[in-house]
Design a protein around this ligand. Sequence first.
Ligand code: UD1
Ligand code: CA
Length: 483
Amino acid sequence: MNRVTLRVYARRLYNPNMEKNRYAVILAAGKGSRMKSKRDDVSKVSYPILGVPLLRYVMDALSACGVNRLVTILGFGGETSKKIAEGRSEIVWQKEQKGSGHAVMMAAPLLEGKEGETIVCCGDTPLLRGETLRNLFEFHEKNHNSLTILTFEAQNPKGYGRIVRENGLVQAIVEQKDLVGEQHDITEVNAGVYVFSNKELFEALKHITTDNAAGEYYLTDVISIFVKSGLKVDGYKAYDPIEMSGINDRVQLASAAKAMQRRINENLMLSGVTIEDPDTAYIGPCVEIGPDTVIKANTHLLGETKIGEECIIGPNSYVEDSTIGDYAIVSFSHIVESKLQRGSQIGPFARIRRGSIVREKAHIGNFVELKNTDFGNGSKAMHLSYLGDIAVGSSVNIGCGTIVANYDGVNKFHSEIGDGSFIGSGSTIISPIKIGSEAFVAAGSTITDDVQANDLAIARGRQVNKPGYAKALRERAMAKKDK
Ligand code: UD1
Ligand code: CA
């Protein structure tokens, strides 16, 4: 169970409000035409911020606010969204995009007639916090509302639905295209997030029409239907308009990414991590970092990465889906799907590829590449090597320029080097090979046969010196030139 599910689970046990069912509908069928993509198989909500698709941020926020049934409405480019939502959300298709109200109607077969509350939000608002949604639900329940709309004061309300109030309570939402007269002056706008009494929502959806400037089924028309039926409709004003930012184009994608980066980095700094230059530290939302670790400039830490205490990571490093133990040092290096144990040192200029483990206090130096390699405690490969599909024991020295030839063009082969062995510079190990412990491979050897423990292997042409022959060669060459 991850931390988020644990938190949700704990809240269900202790929060009396949770006796009420909380449903969620995420609207994610829209085309996102302002992204100006030439591809028709990529949905807007699958664009990433710090390696995580927009839709996942929204799903995480909803899970953190105690929702127990999640339905995502997919349409344009929906196969990419489906991969993101699958396993975490039920999926409903809206084949033709006839408006936000029409999109919610698609969830009727799953939710219609059910007792409980339904939160509706968009899949393109990654900055929404779980905490804000939780407060919205609490406000809704405390005030016995039938519908609560998340609103905010917009500096530039253009494009948003305007909140029309009377005696404090909300009467209607009027879309930009349908504004008349003084409605143009309203600055309180619809964030596009709502909590509805579920039964009443699906009842009201039966009565909305396409009789508006856009010719769409507006979800926002449900508001006046609620009001006319005498149901209590209220607005909950959020503090931080940044959270409401929807992503419609790539400029907004970049500015939301900046805001998310700032939020993540500030949380980490307040928890004891030093970030040398937060503007150039790109840290994903699932990354965990221990206290007193220093993140240096130009560093990407992405995916399910976990970093221990008192490490130094960067500058100029990239770490994805990897685990790094306490006191490790990584500089100018690229690390993917690997484990670096306590006190290991990587780089500068190393590449650690998937499935590798660098054990305690081992050193991987400059221009060394590891792939699917288990590199033992205290072992060293300091310069210019490739180690692929090999298990290296502890306290092994891999000389400069050692190459493991693990591939014959068709198959990959596995090799082993025992504890305490010494591999001389410029050696080639042609896999599969077993080298025993405390063995010695002479520099420049090409190893094609196994080496037993404590043996010395030399596999190279024997040296022959010819006295004075260099001079003779030179004289012969000069004589040719004079002719
Ligand atoms: C909507 C609201 C507006 C609010 C704004 C906040 C309506 C009618 N208006 O406007 O009051 O201020 O959000 O950002 O809802 N979608 C579908 N299927 C469709 C149409 C839309 O799934 O057929 C999805 C879109 O992918 C999007 C969401 O619904 O996630 C909102 O639709 P959009 O057309 O972007 O509405 P806005 O004009 O932004
Ligand atoms: Ca929108």
